[in-house]
Design a protein around this ligand. Sequence first.
Ligand code: NI
Length: 188
Amino acid sequence: MAIRKVARLGHPVLRQKTRDLSGDEIRSPEIQRLIQDLRDTQAEYGGIGIAAPQVHESVRIAIIEFGGENGRYPDMGSQPLTVFINAKVSVLDSQEQTYWEGCLSVPGLRGKVSRPHQIRVDYLDETGAARSLVAEGFLATVFQHELDHLDGVLFVDRVETRPGATGLSFTEEYQRFHLAEGQDAGQD
Ligand code: NI
């Protein structure tokens, strides 16, 4: 078990496009250890998803795990541990939905982000097997946030920034003025 240091906004590793992994690499002790470290780090920081660049590894791996026992997001359902490698996203329903997002790499800030409502993710699991899943609603936003990390994109790039918009907020002001708007996508 190892908790890694999380890269924060401004670190170049967060802006690099990650590289795909081969099946042999996925099954290697190094990558299996990285997957475990992602789980440990996410749990330590209280996240619901984390991507490899956030722990300074520029490879195409991310995990999502939330709900269940910790119950931090009771209205958002739950998602058992999902490890997705070399993932590609396809939009199934381009109608957009809006959530307030947070990120372990952008501590202290929340941003209002609109993303497509329903997506399909094609990926390899931690054994290298090909898998596919369909996500909608909150889960679709969480997947798209994580997949953005693998392309060097952060949620702050997608916040509505027109003059007069309340797209970006410190966590304290978010809780004070915007939480009642609902739809909190948590820290990922
Ligand atoms: Ni994030």
